[in-house]
Design a protein around this ligand. Structure first.
Ligand code: FAD
Length: 317
């Protein structure tokens, strides 16, 4: 079922979460075991992130260094299919522009369609690790809006090769990313909203936000969406803090603010066990307010760890 249909038919705020595919070579069983306790809270969908290639230097005989392209967490599409099969839950593979030509994206979408996956989250993706700017792959897309357009065109039954006969129309529900605290490359909120609206106008069905720790940012974001004529549902993304070092890591990696009150509370903690408690309580308070204000769905970022989400879900769902 499509994410937007889950939202339309829901009486209450829904529960969903995002997972990372296992590292290459790891068993899928560990992932199943980790998320099995969350299934009790009936997530309506699970997102699976996509991790683009990285370049590493490998020492060869004679001390020469060889540059190699590796993918640390492959398997997004297969994980989605496996989760659907194992738990009977809808899945949302993340599809990124970086690293793909338009043809490769089309082949990936064809695979998803055959697998019965009805949802995708269309993203530009970040720059390759070690590079400052995002460089589009030759023959690929520069912005998520271009990717949305490609998916929408397939939903209209048109593929890259317009000579295809009997090409079937796909029917993907398309999610996109939104940034209550602005995308870090955008010059200002006005331009970021302009491009967000453009993504929706290109055919996106719903928005999932970057994580935030201050609900006012989300409420202001949805007000501005309304003012800009963006009427797609906006799903808030939440992440419980679980260690002291995350305060800096999350702020710098995701370009978000950690409210002073939360940072001070974390600072006073003796160890990460205490931080985890503070982080979970903060996330529960955020979640309760979002439910009271009728957020369509609460979407939790697991970043590879699901037990904190379990405690939050227990308090909410
Ligand atoms: P875009 O919407 O293309 O925007 C990128 C920037 O360009 C913005 O500053 C925007 O204002 C500007 N812009 C947009 N369109 C135009 C235009 N036509 N002309 C000029 N400027 C424009 N990354 C991954 O690699 N894998 C994942 O699985 C993943 N999952 C994510 C899930 C969520 C919910 C979120 C919020 C982010 C996720 N990301 C993921 C990170 C994301 O790829 C990065 O934040 C990336 O830098 C931007 O992606 P986007 O889709 O928002 O890009």
């Amino acid at each position: 079922m499509k994410v937007v249909d889950h939202i339309k038919s829901a009486k209450n705020t829904l529960f969903s979460f995002e997972i990372l595919p296992p590292h290459a070579g790891e068993s899928i069983q560990t992932l199943f075991t980790n998320i099995a306790p969350l299934m009790e809270f009936k997530p309506k969908f699970i997102d699976v992130t996509y991790h683009r290639e990285e370049f590493i230097l490998k020492k060869r005989n004679g001390g020469l260094l060889e540059q190699k392209s590796i993918r640390k967490r492959p398997g997004t599409v297969a994980i989605c299919a496996a989760l659907m099969h194992k738990f009977g839950v809808d899945t949302v593979p993340h599809i990124i522009c970086g690293g793909f030509t338009r043809e490769e994206t089309e082949y990936a979408l064809i695979d998803l369609n055959y697998l019965g996956i009805e949802n995708v989250l269309a993203l530009r993706g970040d720059s390759i690790k070690g590079q400052n700017d995002f460089c589009p792959t030759p023959g690929g897309h520069a912005y998520a809006s271009d990717l949305v357009q490609q998916i929408k065109t397939m939903n209209d039954g048109r593929y890259i090769d317009d000579d295809l006969e009997n090409a079937i129309a796909t029917d993907f529900c398309i999610g996109i990313a939104g940034y209550p605290e602005k995308h870090f490359e955008a010059a200002n909120m006005t331009s970021d909203f302009k491009w967000l609206k453009h993504k929706v106008d290109c055919g996106a069905d719903y928005i999932v936000t970057q994580m935030f720790f201050d609900n006012r940012k989300y409420f202001e974001f949805i007000e501005r969406c309304k003012a800009e004529g963006i009427n797609a549902p906006v799903i808030p993304g939440l992440k419980p803090l679980t260690s002291k070092k995350q305060v800096q890591i999350l702020a710098s990696r995701f370009h978000i603010d950690i409210p002073e009150e939360l940072a001070d509370a974390v600072d006073k903690c003796k160890d990460d066990k205490e931080v985890r408690r503070v982080g979970i309580e903060w996330a529960i308070a955020q979640s309760k307010e979002l439910v009271a204000k009728k957020a369509p769905c609460l979407h939790y970022y697991s970043m590879g760890k699901s037990n904190a989400i379990q405690e939050i879900a227990q308090a909410l769902f």
